[in-house]
Write a protein that binds this ligand. Structure first.
Ligand code: MN
Length: 760
């Protein structure tokens, strides 16, 4: 039987009462070879079959890489790495890969001459990836003030794709906190605050009870030195009497347990200093007035949970329990996997004593958290080891399940295959000022810009991601720093709708276009009112509505919008509506592309039409129709195809549909044609433009066309994918000369590769 009431030699450390593993004192830094030997011995003691070679090589590597570095304490720098590796090996109890990574964790950060790929070449990808992850976290934490702790924690977690990254970061932080004395007070406070805000909650979430307590107490010490010293002194002064009290308290329990033949440990420990401080704050009491400063813990070896309840029965037979203080974390474990029975009983003098009852394996989880299960053999798990899950609780549960199966073999490769992917649906990025913004995964600089402010979004013309110019549709990554470049004028384009992912960006873009549409509609209406008055068209709202609906506009305001945005030409519209009023021909059947066809028709009529070559315009009795495949306009070389009973269809000579007929020759249905006039009127032509996309491209194209002799654009349709764009612009031109001038201008635009006739 094995019983003791805690204690070890360090009488000054209040945690000596706690169930903290105690290790013999060892002072590294004098003889590196001796330090290496010590590290290897400890690794062999605590880890299953560690690869001594990789640890040895990592040790020598870091010794060399940091040969010129010293810690603030004046010790050689490698001492820090040695200590972190030691924490990893015997306090967190990870694996040999982690020990090697711990030794190398500052190499890339501190030393210009080493990159992650050098680590990979010498120690393999696993070690390199862990070092890379730790370095990224260190980078972010060094360069910024932490203001949004929760987002920051999530960000750090997402950066750690491997569980071991976070665990090594704990070890690193733990050692830095243990040796914080040597830094200037300003730095001490910053690091202590970060520890309290970020790392202690992390450790709690990972179920690392021991690490959490120590980090909290150390942080507290540097943030509230006076209070820390007071509580510490007070605990020390009352130590003897507390220990006596606990011994007397435990005596009857021990007697009963000895009869039960259960293997157990019983220990009394003061609560850690930070939690005592919090209690004093919460209850507004001095430390002398707090009676529940310590708890008694009963740990059962080789027992199951039913025996925990049995012990609970024994304890409460001896001491009266405080009913509302009973907590059964065995049936309902805490989210971080913690399992234990807690009860508070009334001891001698009416003091309340908290009693915790748990099995040894529950205790392992409580102290060492999820990492502890690697101590346990787990061969016949029947569980899926490579688990990438966003549900942390599910994950913790899974860890616990593994612990419950104890197989023949350790599964260090479990750690290898275990990839963290805790928040796959969100990313956290920084503003230039260091604020963290949470965005959905796949978010782009445009989403970020709208998240900052609607105005920033609607005026964005470019972005810098980590200082480099990036396209607006680039997918942002966790930890990116994003800066938006804005323009004086609104820059929102329809194209953005295709890649933004946030609701805010989507709705703001839509809103922008609705507003734009409203504006254009008003402009169109004003234009119509002015021009129709001039043309002496005097019709009521209802009649106008009827006519524009017969022209296949959905309603009046769609018609106004078409006028305002330039997709319909006001002069032609006036002509068409005038003609319509004259003929009263509301029954006229129009094609689906009605405004386009009406406009084409009107345009060609003003040209004086075409005639058969050699007839000098004398072919009035022939019906000419224009082919839709090539939309011939005056100036084009044209030919006609006789269609029995329907006159002649006019094509461009270059029309694709004509090539086989021309090549075949001798087709007597092909007629040579000429334009009656190419000097007056406007004709529609479609231009195809393509090239490299960039902000402002659409504007430059539009500008090149409109600024040349006030060319009217009927329609513009441009789409971009990746970094290229392609589009069709339909314009009104006077003749082919006019058209070729437009081509020249378009081809001069930076990025435009092609500008040519669009032939459908
Ligand atoms: Mn470090």
């Amino acid at each position: 039987m094995h019983t003791h009431t805690t204690h070890k030699d360090d009488r000054n450390d209040p945690r000596a009462l706690a169930a903290k593993p105690q290790f013999p004192r060892y002072s590294p830094g004098k003889d590196p070879e001796a330090d290496l030997a010590y590290l290897l011995t400890e690794c062999k003691k605590h880890l299953p079959k560690p690869d001594e070679d990789i640890i040895t090589r990592a040790f020598r590597f870091c010794l060399d890489a940091h040969r010129n570095n010293k810690r603030a304490s004046g010790e050689p720098y490698y001492v820090h790495l040695f200590e972190v590796a030691l924490i990893v090996a015997r306090e967190l109890i990870l694996d040999d890969i982690s020990v090697a990574a711990a030794l190398l964790h500052d190499v890339v950060e501190d030393n210009e001459s080493y990159a992650v790929k050098d680590i990979a070449a010498q120690f393999g990808p696993a070690v390199a990836q862990i070092v890379d992850g730790v370095t990224k976290i260190t980078d972010i934490s060094q360069s910024r003030e932490i203001t949004q702790a929760e987002s920051y924690r999530k960000l750090l977690l997402s950066l750690a794709k491997d569980l071991r990254v976070i665990l090594i970061k704990f070890a690193d932080r733990l050692h830095n906190m243990r040796t914080l004395d040597h830094l200037p007070p300003e730095k001490q406070r910053r690091i202590a605050q970060e520890t309290l805000d970020i790392y202690a909650p992390f450790a709690h979430r990972f179920g690392l009870g021991q690490v959490k307590w120590e980090l909290e107490d150390l942080a507290f010490k540097f943030l509230h030195r006076k209070e820390y010293d007071e509580i510490k002194r007070s605990l020390k002064e009352t130590r003897r009497s507390r220990e006596d009290y606990i011994r007397r308290f435990a005596e009857p329990i021990r007697k009963r347990l000895d009869q039960s033949r259960l293997k157990y440990e019983i220990s009394g420990r003061p609560k850690h200093i930070f939690s005592i401080y919090n209690k004093m704050q919460a209850r507004q009491k001095g430390i002398d007035e707090l009676y529940d400063l310590f708890a008694v813990r009963i740990i059962l070896d080789e027992a199951d949970k039913n025996e925990c309840f049995l012990i609970y029965g024994i304890v409460t037979e001896i001491y009266t329990p405080v009913p509302e203080r009973f907590k059964d974390y065995i049936s309902v474990p805490k989210k971080n996997g913690y399992q234990s029975l807690h009860t508070t009983v009334i001891g001698a003098d009416g003091r309340r004593i908290e009693v915790q009852i748990r099995t040894h394996s529950m205790h392992e989880v409580a102290e060492k958290g999820v990492a502890a299960h690697f101590l346990y053999k787990a061969e016949t798990l029947g569980l899926e080891p490579a688990l990438a899950d966003n549900d942390f609780e599910y994950w913790i549960n899974w860890m616990r399940n593994i612990r419950e199966y104890e197989g023949e073999e350790m599964l260090p490769q479990l750690m290898e295959s275990f990839k963290l992917n805790l928040f796959p649906d969100e990313i956290h990025v920084f503003t230039p000022k260091g604020d963290i913004r949470k965005l959905p995964a796949g978010a782009t600089p445009v989403d970020f810009a709208f998240d900052i402010h609607t105005k920033v979004g609607s005026h964005a013309i470019g972005a810098k991601v980590n200082g480099r110019i990036a396209p607006l549709d680039e997918k942002l990554q966790n930890g990116d720093e994003v800066e938006i470049i804005t323009s004086k004028n609104p820059t929102t384009t329809r194209n953005w709708e295709r890649f933004v992912v946030t609701h805010k960006a989507k709705s703001q873009i839509r809103r922008f276009f609705n507003e734009e549409k409203r504006q254009k509609t008003i402009e169109g209406r004003t234009l119509w009112e002015r021009k129709s008055k001039k043309a002496k068209i005097n019709i009521g709202e209802d009649e106008l509505e009827r006519i524009v609906v017969s022209l296949k506009y959905e309603n009046k305001s769609e018609f106004y919008y078409a006028l305002g945005s330039g997709t319909a030409n006001i002069d032609i519209a006036i002509d068409v509506i005038k003609a319509r009023l004259k003929s009263g021909a509301t029954q006229l059947q129009l094609q689906s592309e009605v405004d386009f066809n009406v406009i084409l028709h009107t345009a060609r009529q003003t040209s004086g039409g075409v005639y058969l070559t050699g007839t000098a315009g004398g072919s009035a009795d022939i019906v000419f129709t224009y082919a839709k495949c090539c939309n011939p306009i005056p100036g084009d070389d044209i030919i006609g195809v006789v269609i029995t009973g329907r006159g002649i269809k006019v094509h461009r000579k270059l029309c694709k549909n004509m090539q086989h007929r021309l090549v075949a020759g001798n087709d007597d249905r092909i007629m040579p044609l000429e334009w009656a006039s190419n000097e007056q009127g406007e004709f529609i032509a479609a231009l195809r433009v393509a090239g490299d996309d960039r902000p402002g491209m659409l504007h430059d194209i539009t500008n090149a066309i409109v600024s040349y002799k006030n060319t009217n654009i009927r329609n513009i349709n441009i789409s971009a994918a990746e970094s290229v764009f392609e589009g069709v612009v339909t314009v009104f031109v006077r003749n082919t000369e006019h058209l070729s001038r437009l081509f020249e201008r378009l081809r001069k635009i930076r990025g435009v590769k092609t500008a040519e006739r669009f032939e459908g």
